[in-house]
Design a protein around this ligand. Structure first.
Ligand code: ATP
Ligand code: MG
Length: 158
């Protein structure tokens, strides 16, 4: 299917509705973003997992920024929070099945969310990774290649 990123972000936020009210959410989608050839429901699931984490590992009322922009034939989507952050040595491990970081205050979970996201994004030929923010908190970023619709050019006839 062809997926509109702005719709996918909107649907994901609706699905998380009650909890999102406790955070200062900002959505920033670049104009004229290309549509993505993807399984839209799976992309929603990716965003739901990432935004759920952003909220779970951040204090109430803190800011969460969701961005989408084109870059080099891909669309890059990111979720940035001001939460507890991920230590440098765990940045790639958090995508492993059942991997969870010990928190001072116990937060429940199975450690599957991000491994599922990784599977879905890689199935679309994309990449996903975690970054430490310079101030505090985490950015989870993923990119999905833009598959151009095949346009058969008009034949040049003499
Ligand atoms: P669930 O399966 O319910 O999603 P989970 O949230 O623990 O459980 P993942 O979503 O896979 O599992 O995340 C793995 C681990 O990475 C988390 O346990 C947490 O330690 C860390 N993590 C993920 N996102 C963030 C974030 N935004 N800020 C800080 N730590 C995070
Ligand atoms: Mg999670």
């Amino acid at each position: 299917d062809w997926c509109d990123i702005e719709d996918i972000i909107g649907t994901s936020l609706n699905r998380l509705r009650e909890t999102t009210k406790r955070y200062a959410l900002t959505v920033n989608v670049a104009p004229a973003l290309p549509m993505l050839k993807a399984d839209c429901v799976l992309l929603e699931q990716v965003l739901i997992n990432i935004i759920d984490n952003a909220m779970k590992y951040s204090p109430h009322d803190s800011e969460i920024l969701i961005r989408a922009e084109p870059k080099d034939g891909t669309v890059v989507i990111s979720v940035s929070d001001n939460g507890v952050g991920i230590p440098e040595e765990d940045l790639s491990k958090v995508f492993d099945k059942f991997y969870r970081i010990q928190q001072p205050k116990h937060v429940s979970g199975t450690g599957l969310g991000l491994s599922i996201c990784k599977g879905i994004i890689e199935a679309h030929g994309g990449l996903i990774w975690a970054e430490r923010r310079p101030s505090r908190g985490t950015t989870i970023r993923f990119q999905v290649p833009v598959v151009e619709e095949v346009v058969i050019p008009e034949r040049m006839v003499k």
